[in-house]
Design a protein around this ligand. Sequence first.
Ligand SMILES: *[C@@H]1O[C@H](CO)[C@@H](O)[C@H](O)[C@H]1NC(C)=O
Ligand SMILES: *[C@@H]1O[C@H](CO)[C@@H](O)[C@H](O)[C@H]1NC(C)=O
Ligand SMILES: *[C@@H]1O[C@H](CO)[C@@H](O)[C@H](O)[C@H]1NC(C)=O
Ligand SMILES: *[C@@H]1O[C@H](CO)[C@@H](O)[C@H](O)[C@H]1NC(C)=O
Ligand SMILES: *[C@@H]1O[C@H](CO)[C@@H](O)[C@H](O)[C@H]1NC(C)=O
Ligand SMILES: *[C@@H]1O[C@H](CO)[C@@H](O)[C@H](O)[C@H]1NC(C)=O
Ligand SMILES: *[C@@H]1O[C@H](CO)[C@@H](O)[C@H](O)[C@H]1NC(C)=O
Length: 574
Amino acid sequence: MSASSASSSLLLLSLCLALLSHFAAASPRPRDLRFSAEDIAAVEAALPLRHRRSSGTTFFEVDRPLRPPKGSSGPCSTLLLSHSFAFTLTKPPVTAAYSPPECLLEAGAVSLAVLEWRAECRGVQYDRIFGVWLGGAELLRGSTAEPRPGGVAWSVSKDVTRYAPLLAAGNATLAVYLGNLIDDTYNGVYHANLTLHLYFRRAARSSSPQPAAAADAIVPVSRSLPLNDGLWFVVQNSTDVQSARLAVPPNAYRAVLEVYVSSHYADEFWYMNTPEQNGPFREVTVLLDGDVVGAVWPFPVIYTGGINPLIWRPITSIGSFNMPTYDIELTPFLGKLLDGEHHELGFKVTNALNSWYVDANLHLWLDGKSSKTTGGLVAYDAPKLAGSIVSHSADGIDGEYEATASRNITATGWVSSSRGNVTTTFTQRLSFANTNVVSSHGSAQAINQTTDALTSVSGGGAQAQQQVHQSFPLYIFLGGDGSGTSSQRLMRRVEIGFEEARSGAVTSTLRNRQAAAAEVTLRDDAVVGASWRMHQTYAYGASDGGCYLRNVSSVGYDVLFDHRDASCAGARGR
Ligand SMILES: *[C@@H]1O[C@H](CO)[C@@H](O)[C@H](O)[C@H]1NC(C)=O
Ligand SMILES: *[C@@H]1O[C@H](CO)[C@@H](O)[C@H](O)[C@H]1NC(C)=O
Ligand SMILES: *[C@@H]1O[C@H](CO)[C@@H](O)[C@H](O)[C@H]1NC(C)=O
Ligand SMILES: *[C@@H]1O[C@H](CO)[C@@H](O)[C@H](O)[C@H]1NC(C)=O
Ligand SMILES: *[C@@H]1O[C@H](CO)[C@@H](O)[C@H](O)[C@H]1NC(C)=O
Ligand SMILES: *[C@@H]1O[C@H](CO)[C@@H](O)[C@H](O)[C@H]1NC(C)=O
Ligand SMILES: *[C@@H]1O[C@H](CO)[C@@H](O)[C@H](O)[C@H]1NC(C)=O
């Protein structure tokens, strides 16, 4: 391959740029943490023959399977959209008319709703971001898999039961935006099918426990069509505030804002950003008429092309196919929202570089027995973010810097409805620490970060009370040896975790961890070998009997072992 020697120099150059610039004036570009098509082609060409030939690879994200509650009927499946996304960047989203499936109109109570995205792509293409909206409310956001020349397929199933009021409402527009670009090099077209699977509670079993009750109405906080982009707001810098004005129905008694976020371009790898790039700390703040009423400290989703794309094949990074969302309880502020006027809900990203895609859904519970509820804010305290960055470097090349941040928000408010006069307190305690160490004369870099988020809702109705403790450890190592000699190795390691403990109506714990490494060997600047491995453990247990254990490992494109246990045996006490 004539391109291989040029591309391997690119790999090298990228590594050096990314490392040296940390204490130098120049900033690394985000693409330095990505491979070009030539880089990937050179690596694929160096793989054993059986891997090069392979066609139709399936990539997957480890998640627990979605099962309807006992006694459910279904599924009733409806294809919502089938589309081929070729040159779609800066074009309007693909839309389809949505009306509730017949079975939903007939059967009524949904016990589980699953949105399935199934896609394939062949050729050369970057990972792309996509979003799905119904009536302006976002239902799913994910990154695509990066294809191989022989083709790649993947699917993701998301529990969308909480969107039941949207699914059952009248006619609405379904919109899908996937910003893909086609040129002479990047020729991969994404073919995707979007299907809704519905399960119903049997009338006879109506005494069986209800799943967490969905809201009565959902108000989108996003941009409206027509658009040549997704419906998300694009936050471009740290002072940029993107907002929508909205009014809530006069009989709301509970409000929860569900926030979707993803980071792109200069902030794609925000956690590796230098002090010159506003450092490694980011948060999305939610503003109600200009006041900070909640904060999202995002899980660092690494897209399938990030750090070293080989690492994420075939087991993709946590959250990449199905990004997590974050709930902010706005019930304490209902007094303000219930005045019949429009209010401004805005989003800001602390320290942001271009760009962040943010939007939200406002889930509202309505009082069926009265036409008007009232409320009042009793206490509200949202002190300024506390944070610092400390750098140490003797020679301006090797060194270390540490960034920390902390934020607390608490709000208490009452809402009076036919359910009584109920006081709710929402509290967030957030902390963050990141160390970034550059060593070996700038040839190695390690970042180690932890995000810790404690969110609680107390008082309130029984269904609202909960405490969620999330912890997101992240470790990334970039290094190499043999620099400047004819035989070199480029190494990357990633350890990442999504850990969550919930208590409330249902108590659950999730421990989802990945540890991965990749190594590319170069001889005289040409790629002569590549190897990578991934180990992931997923342990989920819940007081409602739900549990899932998975222990899966891959080497190169091969799955080495894959142990799954959904029987709950041995799940207790983990
Ligand atoms: C989408 O559905 C069509 C029709 O059933 C099928 O031919 C195609 O293979 C599907 N594509 C994907 C990516 O699943
Ligand atoms: C939805 O659209 C269909 C077809 O256009 C129409 O028959 C139906 O009456 C509409 N339903 C509502 C609730 O608007
Ligand atoms: C930040 O972004 C906004 C929105 O694009 C723009 O109007 C503003 O000029 C930018 N501010 C800075 C300091 O770049
Ligand atoms: C947040 O509260 C914790 C104690 O709960 C405290 O240690 C921390 O300093 C507070 N942070 C800020 C920014 O107020
Ligand atoms: C609800 O309770 C709060 C505090 O307990 C009180 O200040 C408020 O007046 C009450 N509202 C109504 C409508 O009774
Ligand atoms: C990252 O930092 C944490 C907390 O200081 C530490 O326990 C952990 O071992 C570090 N991880 C790595 C891979 O060095
Ligand atoms: C995962 O499976 C491997 C291989 O069977 C085993 O050695 C390891 O102990 C398991 N890890 C966990 C956490 O169960």
